[in-house]
Design a protein. Sequence first.
Length: 466
Amino acid sequence: MSTVSTVNGGISFWYADQGTPTAREPLPGDSTADVCIVGGGYTGLWTAYYLKKAVPFLNITVLEAKFCGYGASGRNGGWLYNGLAGRDRYAKLHGHDAAVRLQKAMNDTVDEVVRVAAEENIDADIHQGGVLEVAYTPAQLARLKDFHSVEIAFGETDRVLRGARETAERIRVTGAVGSTWTPHGARLHPVKLVKGLADAVEALGVTIHESTPVTEIKPKHAHTPYGTVRAPYILRCTEGFTSGLKGQRRTWLPMNSSMIATERLPKEIWDTIGWDGRETLGDMAHAYMYAQRTADDRIALGGRGVPYRYGSATDNDGRTQPATIEALRDILVRFFPTTAGVRIDHAWSGVLGVPRDWCATVTLDRSTGLGWAGGYVGSGVATTNLAARTLRDLIQQDSGQSGPTDLTTLPWVDHKVRRWEPEPFRWIGVHGMYAAYRAADRRELTSPRPGTDPIAKAADRLAGRH
């Protein structure tokens, strides 16, 4: 079916649904603050929220290059769930018990976001239906069972393993042979959350300057074209856009992810699909997909598309390639054949931050006052909240207002990550990795063997994920 009528770009469907906001005033000139937060996405806004709640007299300034939620916070799949990048590595580095504490903190974070949204009257279409991840090949089923066992070993005793029939009773994914479900997840509207959070932060007395790109961060200084903000603490909360800061080109790789949103689907199609529980939906492919049933009965579905732009470049408006739109439509129709004739109303792309070891981190350098959080590798909707509360505790500890807390002693705090390779090795490596993942997925679709394809294992080693 043609995609001529598809809106391509325009930041995201979520903004088409809500309308693009009028930007707040830019920084008027040199300024001072107690804490300067660079980045007006989830990480920056949650950090401002918790710091101001904890210490109301703090003078906090948020600097945002475009407008709050312009990046991944306004373009993601709306998965509020308990996944965290790097947990298995942290178990190896710090022990199983430390990683279990980290996982429990993530489980609790889902409920924390829901709690704050209700407390602040943020209507973000949140529905706690959990997360359902399906398998539809023998190799995927083997990985799913292994994944399920590992999650239970990390304390998720409320996770459920389902067979083909039980899976179909939840969502009828064509060919699904099994699934795993966790209650620690919810669907939400990303832009409604980020807009509501920005309003709540402003209402607390935090200053937000938009249309104010930060060009360089130094100890106690955040430089912009309009002036410099000086503060004892400068927090970098820029995730996939970190590469645009001076000296940060190779810190985190801006990985590209793309999405489509269908037209509103009629009852007859939903009767063939099910999905009454409105779980977020994923799979066990190597080049995995993620989807939700929106509050207005569309399917919003995403995947990798073109994974990386040369030189760590980022897009301007979310426009994505026609071939990526068709590839995502193919996934949609393979999962749900009755959607073959539906219109794709919107397609868009965005970037997420990927550290070289694929581990999310939170850091405060007490010698310089520089802090940062990110590298969520696509799991940021909930992880940003845990990161923000951790940054709050680290600053309070550093300023003598409190001692160590349960959050400041989690194993992802102050984790060191090496830089990505220079170009062209970075581009070749990332594109080669995803070409290998797609090839492995194609081979597994036609293979009766339960083992993971060797090509995917080689790609994992190339990526540094294992």
